[in-house]
Design a protein around this ligand. Sequence first.
Ligand SMILES: C[S@@+](CC[C@H](N)C(=O)[O-])C[C@H]1O[C@@H](n2cnc3c(N)ncnc32)[C@H](O)[C@@H]1O
Length: 395
Amino acid sequence: MTNSIQNIQQCCGNDALEEFVRQQISECGGIPFSAFMQHCLYHPQYGYYMHSRSRIGSQGDFFTSSSVHRLFGVLISRQLKQMWQLLGSTDFTVVEQGAGEGHLAVDILDTLLADEPEFYQSLRYCIVEISPDNRQRQAETLSAHKERVEWCCFAELNAINGCFLSNELIDAFAVAVVEKHDTRLHEVFIVEKDGVLCEELRSPIRAEIQQHFDDLGVEPVEGNRAEVCLESVQWMTAVSQKLERGFVLTIDYGYPAAELYAPFRRQGTLMCYHQHVANDNPYQNIGCQDITAHVDFTLLQQSGENSGLATLYFAEQYRFLIGLGFVEEIVRFEQQEQDEKKALALRMTLKNLILPDGGMGEVFKVLIQGKGVGTPQLACSRSLRDIPIEAFSGL
Ligand SMILES: C[S@@+](CC[C@H](N)C(=O)[O-])C[C@H]1O[C@@H](n2cnc3c(N)ncnc32)[C@H](O)[C@@H]1O
């Protein structure tokens, strides 16, 4: 049933991709938003992530924690080292999926080579990356670590002993969009009316989306819009199947389901990024802007638990980084800086990683799951109380 139609503003973008989308719409009589987003981001030729373009950093569209400063990777390498020890300090594989330009990988590998040579020698660093352009950028960034790094196809991974690692992967998965009206959920489809792309609300929603809300026991309230990432469930299940023994370390922005679908979040969390300007219009700059939605961490935990992964840790990024030595390291980095202005600038940059408002500290979360590892006390779970008071001097 068609419930409402809303005209969508068209702006500059990739004409060939838009033509492809229109063709799909015409052939299928409309496509779900998730298919539209999938084409925009991952069309093999024209998708945002697939063609050659600077996406991350000051020349791109957005920053990620690993592009802010190498301290992010330095601290993650400490957590990986403890995981390696927990698995018996033997051959260890890190599978990093969605490695962007390779910043996190190079910071981890540089740190381990310098500080943990034994772990470095036991390490196989396997990158799973959908974007040919990013694979090329990663190869350049990681040229000094050729012996340790390989690029793998997810389907070919087998019996991993180690850690599945990702930073801002899940927020880049395509999502379905729903709205609740007249007490019923409707799914957003994209159709064409008089040559203009339009949103159309269709009800009933697909059975798997309804099942998703039933399983969670949470639903958007009347009038609200929300996203559902079914791909994250498939991903979590597939990761668990590939992991023989070890950990899954997932970092991303998002909330537990009750907070994600809270009544005050009227318009959901879908956002687009183009040259560092955020907007909420996925129908402009088609193929030339990032489209993203916040991650449902309850869904990740539940689907992990359903497929054999125990939840070992879930907290905000600031707690995770502080637990791993952020405060001590920020002071050490500053002390190495001779110029006072540069030291201050460095402190401001680094604080971005833990600041709650406008920074990456609170909305970013860290989930660690385990298989066959018991319930270890993870290094990142060190509490603020245990940080020596001297470490805070100068902050
Ligand atoms: C937002 S970027 C995150 C980049 C990086 N992790 C960082 O910290 O800078 C998302 C990355 O995930 C990749 N990606 C998206 N879907 C993927 C998939 N199904 N498999 C592998 N890589 C994927 C994109 O190409 C991109 O490299």
